[in-house]
Design a protein around this ligand. Structure first.
Ligand code: NAP
Length: 287
């Protein structure tokens, strides 16, 4: 095997987000001229510090793009019934086009019940069973924001997935499984790996595209990557110094891969951008 002469090209999620958000802001202005302002409701229950950061960034993204936003912050002892009642109100509020409940919710609340309580027409996170079913069957629906953002990153480098081998590490309902479905839709041959996968390295070494969505540092190291492969790092972890890092050993893998996304500044900002895109599209549908 020969290594590429230069290190991987970085796919900059901040830059791509800026470009997409300026398109979104322009479309918001066009909608406003017709009397419609896209509205997103964000609900946070409890005081998980990571969730607080995510929610703050989502609300800021709304403001920056000219959206109307509602931020409901509830104490951790909010009952499931109270949360479901608030979702029902928002489902019926014409000023709201998207509803997001930041996960995880406290243990006494059934997250599945919460997700299913959101109207599919306002399910801008794309987690509702109707959205998942639409994705599975190729029908129109909201795409989960993180895999949607990953697909935009591939699109931004003009990558043709047809006939390529994509390996997705992780099979969660919010990242791994929908990611695999989107890659499949674009005619990649897809392998899904998980904690029970034997010899992950043998599979990733065959991959033209690797998406790491595990939540553990150094799941993907340089010796596991085919030269020139595209590596998308979804993971969000902390290193020994407490700094944000992904699942991929960035320093090593960038010397082998053809393209790579950094953490921070990669998939994370794209996730919020695609949330804004879904909310905008939901508002545009109300025309
Ligand atoms: P999750 O629900 O915990 O799923 C993790 C997946 O990784 C599971 O399918 C698990 O397998 C698999 N796994 C665990 N250890 C493994 C190993 N050693 N080898 C191969 N697979 C292994 O997590 P998630 O919600 O999908 O999130 C994954 C990561 O992405 C987290 O770090 C999360 O913070 C991050 N994330 C980032 C964004 C963003 O915007 N950047 C958005 C969402 C999530 P099993 O199914 O067998 O348990």
């Amino acid at each position: 095997m020969t290594s590429p002469a230069t290190s991987a090209q970085r796919i900059d999620g901040v830059l791509l987000s800026q470009q997409l958000r300026s398109d979104i802001a322009a479309r918001v202005q066009a909608l406003k001229a017709r009397g419609i302002t896209p509205g997103l409701a964000v609900i946070l229950v409890g005081d998980n510090p990571a969730s607080q950061v995510y929610v703050r960034n989502k609300v800021k993204g709304c403001h920056d793009c000219g959206f109307y936003s509602v931020f409901d912050k509830f104490d951790a002892d909010l009952s499931e019934a109270q949360l479901l009642a608030r979702i029902s109100e928002l489902n019926n509020d014409p000023a709201i086009h998207g509803i997001l409940v930041q996960l995880p919710v406290p243990k006494h609340i059934d997250a599945n019940k919460v997700i299913e309580a959101i109207s599919p027409a306002k399910d801008v996170d794309g987690f509702h069973i109707a959205s998942a079913g639409a994705l599975m069957t190729g029908m129109p629906g909201f795409l989960p924001c993180t895999p949607y953002g990953c697909m935009k990153m591939l699109e931004s480098i003009g990558y043709d997935l047809k006939g390529k081998h994509a390996v997705v590490i992780g099979r969660s309902n919010i990242v791994g499984k929908p990611m695999a479905m989107l890659l499949l839709q674009k005619n990649a041959t897809v392998t899904i790996c998980h904690s029970g996968t034997q010899n992950l390295k043998a599979l990733t070494l065959q991959a033209d595209v690797v998406v790491a969505a595990v939540g553990k540092r150094n799941v993907l190291t340089a010796d596991m990557v085919k030269p020139g492969a595209v590596v998308l790092d979804v993971g969000m972890n902390r290193n020994d110094e407490g700094k944000l890092c992904g699942d991929v050993d960035y320093a090593g893998v960038k010397e082998v891969a053809g393209f790579i996304t950094p953490v921070p500044g990669g998939v994370g900002p794209m996730t919020i951008t695609m949330l804004l895109m879904n909310t905008l599209e939901s508002a545009e549908r109300t025309r």
